[in-house]
Structures are given as C-alpha cells and as structure tokens.
Design a protein around this ligand. Sequence first.
Ligand code: ADE
Length: 229
Amino acid sequence: MIGLIGAMNVEVEALEARLENPVRETIGMDTFVRGTLFGQEAVLAVCGPGKINAALCAQSMILRYHPAWLLNLGVAGSMAADVRIGDMVIANAAVQHDYDTSPLDPPGLISKINLTTLPCDAGLRERLKKAAEAVGGFHVHVGLVATGDQFIHTDEARARIREMYHPLAVEMEGGAVAHACYMHGVPCGILRSISDNANTDSHMDYPSFTRLAAAHSQAVVERLLTEGA
Ligand code: ADE
C-alpha cells in the first residue's frame, strides 16, 4: 500500500479518477479512498490546506493503512529565480518556515523531534526525479521546500523566508506530512509543481496556473507507479 495526499481536490482528482475498485472510508473529517492505482494498492486523501490539516490526515492514513511510503503532491509558489511556473520541485527535505520559538531555540527548530530540516526519503526522491524527467515538458529541480500556514503573496514575506532558508518552493503542507512521517518512521516524498511566484502577482497567477501545475504533479505520479517504482 502506498499513500498519496493533496491539499485540494484539484491536486489529486486526476489520480482518483484512475483508481480501480475504490473504497471510501472516513476518519474524523478526512475521507480516504483506497483501490488499485496503475497496478498498485494505493490510498488517496484530500487533507485541506495548512500544516495541522495535513499532519492529522497523514497520521490517520499511516495508522489506518500502514503505507510503505507517503507522498504529498500538489502545487507550490516559486522561491528561486530559475524555478518557473509549471516547473517541478522534488523535495530533499522540508522546513516549517513559521515555526519559531526563538530566542529559546534556534528559529525553525521543531521541539520534541529536535529537527529544523525534515527529511524526505532519498530512494523515493530519485524515483520521482526519474519519473518527472521521463514526463518532460518542464524543468525538474531537487531541493528544499518551505512549509507554513500562510499563502505567500508579498515581497516582504517572500524575502524573509528566502533569507532564512533559501528554499526552492513554498507551500502549506509538505513539511507537516514529513513531520508526521518522521514521527512514525514512514518514508516521505514531496512533489510540487509551481503555480505562482509567491509574490504580489500570486493572487492572479495561482488561479490561472494551478490546474496546469496540478496536472504536472499527477502525471509524474502516474509515471512513477506505471514504472513500478
Ligand atoms: N501554494 C501555491 N502557491 C503558494 C504560495 N504562494 N504560498 C503558499 N502556498 C502556496
């Protein structure tokens, strides 16, 4: 069994449409759909935006379905000049950019697990990269993703996160899914296609490009599973 989580319907609906023999189950306010996806047993969920929605959904999925690995897929804002709308970002790790208990601890250090940088599984990352390159039509970047409970749309917020973490992309769930995976020892992947530049144009770019970006991420998952990875 493998697990797939998107924040919004548009981020997983193309995959859900391909799920054979779907069975729906609800835990709390999360709905999980399991079935066969491109020949593999899979469970899908739409967690809703933000870190707590994502972590709760990931933890329920882990405890109920015991996935061999869990992938958070969807769209993100670009945080680097060479990462353009439509490009793919595969995380090697994630930070929670709004976690800050300084001056008690270094900014970003997550208490209890004592990590600032949440790891992504190296093997899954490599398979995602190969799958993304095989799909083609966009640039593929591997690096840090920054997660927080904010839609980034001002130059000030963008600059602050860039200065602290130098991420390739910013979004609202990846670092929370990675946090839940870390706490349960489940390999984690984060796959994000760029929908906007996390700046003052985001409110226009995001609605225009989210469907295209979400389609890119889902095409990569199809390729990954079809290749039997
Ligand atoms: N997801 C897509 N674009 C985003 C942005 N600008 N900020 C946070 N999450 C996003």
